[in-house]
Design a protein around this ligand. Structure first.
Ligand code: UDP
Ligand code: MG
Length: 333
């Protein structure tokens, strides 16, 4: 046993049905750890509107190692995970969802591989229980597309469930951007990683916070915030169209000069026009997304605002993490 600490981080939003069991499952796993003999559990309440915060507060009264960060409102899963990573004080940190989909016993395997020298140890899903066909297909498609466009080697079928060494944590925490796709940032570091295969359980209670439109926006935003390859795609596509049109025009001219009848047809003109217009709008949309991202970044708003922190050492002052990577001290909100 060392005297190094492990930080277990769970972002949560309206998880009143899962918190207690999730907490107890984590506690029983912590007792079985071989290397880490001290711990902290950081639960980040992402503006829940149900009874989650009260449940957390009751648990935190009995366990000083259970630390709570409570946001002023819902800032999103990525902001909640980022807050947990920022405040983690352990030698390693484990990110685990609070909905009981990720089995905490896997943390024991994570610990073993960390001791073997890996900086990122992650759960890779062998099987997804009770997930719809569309969700399975779309998540299967997302990973190769993300990897192809961004060149970040993010393994397929992974969630946020992973262990990060202090080196990985510091690398992620120092990144200044506000648009944070935590999973992407983890693999962006390029640190040695190891997969542990597992079967993802179905949710303990409640429903997923991600519907299909949210997931589509999430996937698009993540690709846009990691790469400018889509802009190159626009340029190459436009060059291809210009070349094809030039060849077509020259051919039509030659045919005309040689006395052949020019190719006619209202339908073909309308189809090609609609085709080109739809691409023009699509490309404008892609460019708009990049401009939107710049707009969000230059505002330099903090990623989240904290209303309450419980069982942390500094109780009077609240901190929030701003995009310029500085801690902003603010009075109690
Ligand atoms: N979550 C959060 N803020 C949100 C949405 C979700 O903190 O705005 C938490 C949620 O409580 C859970 C984790 O993020 O612990 C993953 O969310 P969810 O289970 O809804 O996603 P899924 O597993 O369906 O991808
Ligand atoms: Mg879930």
């Amino acid at each position: 046993m060392s005297n190094e600490a492990i930080s277990i981080i769970s972002p949560l939003f309206n998880e009143e049905e899962n918190i207690e069991q999730h907490y107890h499952e984590i506690c029983s796993v912590i007792k079985k750890l071989k290397h880490f003999n001290s711990y902290e559990i950081i639960m980040v309440n992402d503006g829940s509107s149900d009874n989650s915060l009260n449940i957390l507060k009751n648990l935190a009264k009995q366990d000083p190692n259970l630390k709570i960060i409570s946001f002023t409102r819902n800032f999103g899963h990525e902001a909640a995970s980022s807050a947990g990573l920022k405040y983690a004080s352990g030698k390693v940190a484990v990110l685990i969802d609070a909905d009981r989909q990720d089995p905490p016993e896997l943390i024991l395997e994570f610990e073993k591989e960390f001791l073997n020298g890996y900086h990122i140890v992650y759960g890779q899903r062998k099987k997804r229980l009770k997930e719809t066909f569309i969700k399975k297909i779309t998540s299967k498609a997302f990973y190769p597309i993300f990897k192809w466009i961004t060149k970040v080697d993010m393994p397929k079928d992974t969630g946020d469930f992973c262990l990060l060494s202090r080196k990985a944590l510091d690398a992620i925490n120092q990144l200044p951007e506000n648009n944070r796709f935590v999973r992407g940032l983890i693999y962006w570091t390029g640190l040695p990683k190891k997969a542990i295969f597992f079967i993802r359980r179905s949710r303990g209670g409640g429903n997923t916070k991600y519907n299909y439109s949210k997931l589509t926006i999430f996937a698009l935003e993540n690709i846009i915030s990691f790469s400018i390859v889509p802009i190159y795609f626009i340029i190459f596509f436009s060059l291809f169209i210009i070349m094809t049109c030039s060849i077509g025009t020259i051919t039509a001219l030659i045919l005309k000069l040689l006395g052949f009848v020019a190719i006619t047809g209202w339908t073909s003109i309308i189809i090609s026009m609609l085709f080109l217009f739809s691409f023009t709008f699509l490309f404008l949309g892609i460019l708009g997304l990049y401009i939107g991202k710049i707009f969000q970044e230059i505002k330099q708003r903090p990623l989240f605002l904290i209303n309450e922190k419980i069982n942390f050492e500094e109780e009077i002052i609240n901190y929030s993490y701003a995009s310029n990577n500085k801690f902003h001290i603010r009075s109690n909100l």
